[in-house]
Design a protein around this ligand. Structure first.
Ligand SMILES: Cc1cc2nc3c(=O)[nH]c(=O)nc-3n(C[C@H](O)[C@H](O)[C@H](O)COP(=O)(O)O)c2cc1C
Length: 320
């Protein structure tokens, strides 16, 4: 997959997810292999210029997390110039604009999905971004209000005309919850008519899901969100089965992966930033085990990383 001047060798990407797509998870997935593109969690375009690169938990990053697209949210052109300049300094390989998130805190400021609904504002914002950066520019959207492929195509063509280099489509309607079955087929009516690559997102938890999503959507690549925290090996398995890539990693089983994730959290974050992130990850990772709810409750009730690590070791001794 080619995004502007950037070649992506494996078209599998880690989704932007608040509290999850941080440096530790990105590194874990990079080390396990199979992912060709990473996204940060959404970052405020307003705050980005003043964030301290050395101290901010949102900007910490290891060299293996590459190529990395920084996802921003904004609702006003005033924030664009400084944010673009800062992302250049931060060695972003690309910039992604969040146009699909329905979270109330974004709605309140007219960003995310709310911005997506304001065609004029979003048009002038993207135009300005395009003028301000030569980096690959991408947008992440949902399908729209209703199942209307013609309208979706029109929206994507607008982005293409504005100079956007990549479109990620979360295959759910604007108001749909994550438990709703994704509508991958809707992308199938759109992708052949676009010249920029489309990444399909939503509901990919297995190699079989990935295969069916690619078939139905005709997308150039896939983006995996919750599945990545549930099963960080998923990229490696999909890359092996569908793209004939043989990534190698020494991490053998769930216990080792979990323990390595703890090490990465300790390396990347200051002590007060670690446990919350471990708890959020565990919520997904534990579902690999029949008694995973016990791991979740033991980690949720831990008051230190040390205690959490000891409880996890004990859990994995008996886990199946
Ligand atoms: C905990 C969590 C945080 C998320 N944060 C973001 C975000 O920062 N930006 C964004 O565009 N989407 C965000 N999303 C949506 C995901 O990127 C993705 O579109 C969604 O989870 C569907 O993909 P999945 O079924 O593979 O999880 C988030 C989702 C979750 C579960």
């Amino acid at each position: 997959m080619r995004i502007r001047e950037l070649d992506i060798d494996i078209p599998l990407s880690l989704a932007p997810m608040v509290g999850l797509s941080h440096s530790a998870l990105r590194s874990l997935i990079a080390q396990l292999g199979g992912a060709g593109l990473f996204f940060t969690e959404m970052l405020s375009a307003k705050r980005l210029p003043s964030e301290n690169e050395k101290k901010s938990p949102f900007l910490v990053r290891d060299g293996c997390e590459r190529p990395l697209f920084f996802q921003i949210f904004t609702s006003t052109e005033d924030e664009v110039d400084c944010a673009m300049a800062r992302l250049d300094e931060l060695d972003a390989q690309g910039i992604d604009v969040n146009l699909g998130c329905p979270a109330p805190q974004l709605r309140k400021i007219g960003a995310g999905l709310e911005l997506f609904k304001q065609t004029q504002t979003v048009t002038s914002l993207i135009k300005r971004m395009r003028r301000q950066t030569i980096l690959p520019l991408s947008v992440k959207i949902r399908l729209g209000e209703t199942e209307d492929s013609k309208k979706l195509l029109g929206t994507c063509q607008l982005f293409e005309d504005l100079g956007v280099d990549l479109i990620t489509i979360h295959a759910r309607l604007n108001g749909e919850k994550f438990c709703r079955k994704p509508r991958w087929h809707m992308l199938g009516n759109v992708t052949p008519k676009l010249s920029v690559p489309v990444i399909a997102n939503g509901g990919i938890f297995s190699v079989d899901d990935a295969r069916r999503c690619l078939e139905q959507s005709g997308a150039a690549g896939l983006m995996i969100g919750r599945g990545a925290a549930h099963n960080p090996w998923l990229f490696r398995d999909i890359a092996k089965e569908l793209f004939d890539v043989q990534p190698n990693s020494n991490l053998q089983d769930g216990a080792e992966v979990y323990s390595h994730f703890i090490t990465l959290l300790e390396q990347r974050f200051t002590p007060e930033r670690r446990l919350g992130r471990l708890k959020q990850f565990t919520h997904y990772f534990a579902s690999n085990y029949s008694f995973g709810h016990l791991l979740v409750s033991r980690i949720q009730n831990s008051s230190s990383m040390k205690q959490a690590a000891e409880r996890a070791t004990d859990f994995f001794k008996h886990a199946a």
